[in-house]
Ligand binder design. Structure first.
Ligand code: PAF
Length: 279
């Protein structure tokens, strides 16, 4: 199994992509913040079916964390990540320093509205500016044919699609299905923060989400029931439990063709999010 030596510099990344293109190979990008789990690895394998070369970026993006959030404690396991990737179809890893991405004097932002409004933004107002900027930079640095993002962060996926369309970035964005633990808990690097008691409660989130997605009650009643069920299951707070238009995240109405149920709930300081198609 060939081990992967991370590319640290943007120039090196561009050289790599140029080399692949010169050989007529299509390139895919899987942006991550590392601490890779099976959900990430499934994105690598999924995009690997559509391209010839798969670059995985590993970068814990400081500007998508607020001062009170977990930037300092966010899990960082680069050596383990490289080992896991060596067993996949990944062909290169881009793991730049914060200084490479945000050199001294950096002064540009990406502001996005539309699907970024509400839900996560109500709780983490800084978040999509941070994600939008780093993803825009990564896409422009690599200019892959395709880039893939997990549907677990559903609002993030819609925001990225919006930015790519609005800024005419010539990259196709693909969504990868949510990968779940045996009890339905969506895989997330932050699940490693859960104590065993919290882990048990966390497994209930998916059941409540399913009930919300399948409810025949009017939306406000179904949402209130989901909210109460999460508190009863032991969650300490519910940021949202709602059904929205799957394309815009606006409140659905009679014309809405596709709906998505979305939940964000907390166990102490740990926030869990999940979502599901309403059929
Ligand atoms: O979903 C993530 O891991 C991050 O938000 C992303 C897209 C890699 C940007 O830092």
């Amino acid at each position: 199994m060939a081990s992967l030596t991370p590319i640290r510099r943007i120039d090196g990344l561009r050289d790599y992509v140029r080399g692949q293109r010169a050989e007529g190979r299509r390139v895919g990008l899987v942006p991550t913040m590392g601490a890779l789990h099976d959900g990430h690895l499934s994105l690598v394998e999924a995009i690997g079916k559509q391209v010839d070369a798969v670059i995985v970026s590993i970068f814990v993006n400081p500007i998508q964390f607020a001062a009170h959030e977990d930037l300092d404690t966010y899990p960082r396991h680069e050596a383990e990540d490289l080992e896991k990737l060596a067993a996949t179809c990944a062909t290169a890893v881009f793991a730049p320093s914060a200084g490479e991405i945000y050199p001294t004097g950096f002064a540009t932002s990406v502001a996005v509205e539309g699907p970024a409004m509400g839900l996560e933004t109500d709780i983490r107002p800084h978040f999509f500016a941070g994600v939008g900027l780093v993803v825009t930079k990564l896409l422009l640095q690599a200019l892959p044919d395709l880039a893939i993002f997990g549907e677990k962060d559903y609002q993030q996926l819609l925001v990225i699609r919006r930015i790519v369309s609005d800024l005419d970035i010539p990259v196709e964005i693909v969504g990868g299905p949510i990968i779940r633990e045996a009890d339905g808990l969506a895989m997330s690097s932050r699940n490693s923060y859960l104590s065993s008691g919290q882990r048990e409660i966390a497994g209930r989130l998916n059941l409540v989400l399913r009930e919300l997605a399948e409810a025949s009650d009017p939306p406000d009643i179904a949402e209130a029931k989901a909210h109460d069920a999460l508190l009863e299951a032991g969650f300490s707070a519910v940021d949202y439990a709602c059904v929205r238009d799957a394309e815009t995240l606006a409140l659905p109405d009679k014309r809405t063709a596709r709906r998505r149920a979305l939940i964000a709930a907390r166990l102490g300081d740990i926030r869990l999010i999940d979502n599901m198609e309403v059929r």
